[in-house]
Design a protein around this ligand. Structure first.
Ligand SMILES: Cc1cc2nc3c(=O)[nH]c(=O)nc-3n(C[C@H](O)[C@H](O)[C@H](O)COP(=O)(O)OP(=O)(O)OC[C@H]3O[C@@H](n4cnc5c(N)ncnc54)[C@H](O)[C@@H]3O)c2cc1C
Length: 499
């Protein structure tokens, strides 16, 4: 049996361990999998929102969804409400919703063309016109009905989850399934001929055939193997620090089935509701304001009751490895790369990394072409994601701080996106525009939610008859009302789950 040693016991370490163990050892053991976790170095622990595809990861592991939700104080998430990302219009705060849901078909005409041509932007938000989730959240509904099966809902959903409890939950499941867990702090890494031979903790030496570096931003193993192996994205995505705090849910507030992302002076703040508390944090450009000023701005945003709560300050390394897999070592999680958490993609990237590793490791003795393939795919995911996040910033018209005045220029770091934006001034964004994209979760639907949420409408000249428009949109309204009626109130679902 080959030995696979994972160093790091955060979300990345345990997600990789449990997934690879399930895949390679479910029938007869193929890999002897061990996780070494430092008892002294904590995990990041603030990654609390997921995208919808993460639920398929848990489903594939055979984990009971209700058990997972109960043990991690989780709530359901149907999307992100963006607030304040453009100037107010007629005194009203700018808002739009980015749901996980695909847009409903318009039959003869795609729904976004129909929406544009019937000039519905004059009376409603794009998301309100073309999806079911907006109506559901307006009515306090979650994605599930009383009869929804595990991991199923009327619309796609992800989770808000206590990251520390999730790592603990996965650790328990992984150990029960046969993964070895060692508590030790690795102090040294021995490299021989471009491969890691062993890692050491004091007198103890741990050897393996493959090493997975899940040591977080440190990248303790991968850094030893290759110099100049990091591509920074900070010119495109300048937010490189965060300050976070947790508080009880405000009195009378029931958990939102969506994340709130509010644009601040030099970045943005998240608000994530779990069943027992609310997590908030300010992701900001540390070259423009210091830690104290960022903390003060976050506290001012949250209100005076937040003044007594303890904050955590974090530095973020935004970018990714040029090579995620070097020799016999693969970096997964923050050691491999990180895109700021605006679209909650950290766990998704771990999921992708572990999934791809499984298919590539199936090669038995993976050689350079296998490593090249893994590296090309992972870099592609990161590059695609980088430009999708830039899209959120570059369409702003805010000019109240230098941060926002510079935001439109970040698109210069993404030539494909810059070109597409001028195309999308002339026609709708469609499936074929993203052909060849690496992204597995953000498609043309997602691009449209952001583009049109940020008012980047094409100037269309064609016509649509009132009759056709009415037919398409009245059908959609009926579907949205039906979905909202059928879905359980989010608060009721959570109460029943946790009683
Ligand atoms: C501000 C912020 C907000 C985020 N929000 C989200 C979000 O909403 N959604 C999302 O999906 N993701 C989010 N993320 C990302 C998410 O937190 C991470 O992707 C995820 O937690 C994985 O982290 P990790 O396991 O790679 O690293 P860590 O959590 O840092 O874990 C590192 C592990 O390595 C161990 N270790 C380190 N050095 C040694 C050593 N020498 N010896 C032994 N063990 C060692 C540590 O003990 C620890 O167990 C966010 C990240 C940040 C910074």
């Amino acid at each position: 049996m080959k030995k696979l040693l994972i160093v790091g016991g955060g979300s990345a370490g345990w997600m990789a361990a449990i997934y690879l163990n399930k895949l390679f050892n479910h029938d007869k053991p193929t890999f002897d999998i061990t996780v070494i976790e430092s008892p002294d170095i904590g995990i990041i622990g603030v990654g609390e929102a997921t995208v919808h595809s993460v639920r398929f990861f848990f489903a594939a592991l055979g984990i009971n969804e209700q058990e997972l939700l109960r043990e991690t104080n989780a709530t359901l998430k149907t999307g992100i409400l963006f607030r304040n990302w453009r100037k107010p219009v007629s005194g009203a705060t700018h808002e739009y919703f980015h749901p996980f849901e695909h847009q409903v078909s318009g039959e003869t005409l795609d729904i976004s063309s129909a929406w544009m041509l019937s000039k519905r932007f004059e009376q409603e938000r794009f998301d309100e016109g073309v999806c079911l989730s907006a109506e559901m959240i307006r009515n306090g509904k979650g994605p599930k009905t009383a009869t929804s099966k595990q991991y199923q809902g009327i619309v796609p959903y992800g989770y808000h989850i206590d990251a520390t409890l999730m790592a603990r939950f996965l650790r328990r499941k992984a150990v029960e399934a046969g993964v070895t867990h060692i508590e030790a702090t690795i102090s040294d890494v021995t490299v021989e001929d471009g491969n890691i031979e062993s890692v050491q903790a004091g007198e103890r030496v741990y050897e393996a055939d493959f090493f997975i570096d899940c040591t977080g931003f440190r990248g303790m193993l991968i850094e030893k193997l290759k110099a100049d192996n990091w591509e920074s994205f900070e010119r495109a995505l300048p937010c490189n620090r965060a300050v976070a705090l947790q508080r009880d849910l405000p009195h009378g507030h029931t958990p939102n089935p969506y994340t709130v992302s509010t644009a601040m002076k030099h970045g943005w703040a998240w608000q994530i509701d779990l069943v027992n508390r609310q997590g908030s944090g300010y992701v900001y450009d540390g070259r423009r304001i210091g830690k104290d000023a960022a903390e003060a701005e976050l506290r001012e945003y949250l209100g005076p009751e937040s003044n007594v709560l303890k904050c955590v300050h974090l530095d973020m390394k935004i970018g990714c490895r040029k090579e995620f897999w070097v020799g016999n070592c693969i970096a997964i999680g923050l050691s491999g790369g990180f895109i700021e958490p605006l679209e909650s993609t950290g766990l998704h990237l771990i999921n992708l990394g572990a999934g791809l590793l499984a298919t590539h490791l199936s090669a038995g003795n993976p050689d350079q072409p296998v490593r090249d393939s893994y590296n090309r795919l992972m870099r592609g995911f990161f590059q695609d994601l980088k430009q999708f996040i830039v899209l959120h910033y570059c369409l702003t018209d805010r000019d109240d701080t230098d941060f926002w005045r510079q935001a439109p220029a970040t698109v210069k770091e993404c030539p494909w996106l810059e070109n597409q934006l001028s195309v999308w001034e002339r026609k709708v964004c469609e499936f074929h525009d993203l052909a060849g994209s690496f992204s597995t979760i953000f498609s043309d639907d997602n691009y449209r939610y952001i583009l049109y949420g940020m008012q980047h409408f094409p100037n269309l000249q064609a016509n649509i008859s009132d009759e056709m428009s009415e037919k398409i949109f009245s059908r959609l309204r009926r579907s949205a009302t039906g979905a909202a009626n059928a879905a359980l109130p989010h608060a009721q679902y959570l109460r029943q789950l946790n009683q």
